[in-house]
Design a protein around this ligand. Structure first.
Ligand code: FE2
Length: 252
């Protein structure tokens, strides 16, 4: 059957656009997969909330299916290999924290690296998406509040005891997230998004999230400048940089 080409503001049928969208779609799918895995791990790390975390992991599985359907709808194959490398830095940082029972670090990676990052991407994707993907993305975006609540309220409740751990975790993962946002830029632009808005929106969410957890404005500014001044020697940052570069060099 010959498929009719529907013309949206963004031409998802042009070659360059399809190439970029295969990576963006892969990133959206992989973000949900990472969130799914992280909530399963959290259900074991915080057994008193196991049931809620299991429900959230199921919700993430459905989000993953939704984004897979968005690619399918446009006949684009998601570049999942690229996406897996894209998240490798945060993935390993979460795994290491889980092994050493650093629950606050795990939660910070989940809320900043996965949820803030993904919802920033969704928020910027909605205006350029086709009708089908817009509906899927809007519905996923609305669900973000249910993700945030338990993780944030746990951190808020323990805030005094875990403040230093959160600062250290932030120093470790924020450069990695900045690297991810940076590498997202050209593909985001190719499908009609504004790379600068992505960065701005991420930091608005970063600020809101950390202040809800209990940090004051001065703390947040210090955490931001301290993480950005880090010499980027952290392994999760380097894993992001070299992983994304390697995959890009290998791409046709
Ligand atoms: Fe999700």
């Amino acid at each position: 059957m010959v498929q009719a080409h529907i013309h949206y503001a963004t031409d998802f049928y042009s070659g360059a656009c399809r190439n970029s969208f295969s990576r963006i779609n892969g990133i959206m799918i992989q973000a949900e997969q990472e969130a799914h895995n992280n909530f399963i791990a959290l259900s074991r790390l915080i057994p008193e909330h196991a049931e809620v975390f299991r429900r959230l992991s199921e919700l993430e599985r459905r989000h993953r299916e939704g984004f897979a359907a968005c690619g399918h709808h446009l006949h684009v194959t998601p570049d999942l290999k690229f996406a897996e490398h894209f998240f490798a830095g945060l993935h390993h940082a979460f795994q290491n924290a889980a092994i050493t029972q650093q629950i606050a670090t795990c939660l910070l990676i989940q809320i900043l690296g996965i949820e803030c990052f993904a919802s920033t991407l969704h928020e910027n994707y909605i205006p350029v998406a086709d009708d089908f993907a817009r509906q899927v993305t809007e519905s996923t975006f609305r669900d973000k509040y249910s993700h945030f609540n338990l993780c944030e309220s746990w951190l808020k409740l323990q805030f005094k005891d875990i403040k230093d751990e959160l600062k250290a975790a932030n120093r470790q993962v924020l450069p990695t997230i900045c690297c991810m946002l940076h590498h997202l830029g050209s593909d985001a632009q190719a499908i009609g998004m504004n790379p600068e808005s992505l960065i701005e929106d991420f930091f608005v969410q970063y600020d809101e999230t950390l202040s809800q957890v209990g940090f004051n404005a001065r703390d947040i500014l210090r955490m931001l400048s301290c993480a950005l001044a880090t010499n980027n020697a952290d392994s999760s940052y380097n894993s992001c940089r070299s992983g994304v570069r390697k995959i890009r060099l290998c791409s046709p």
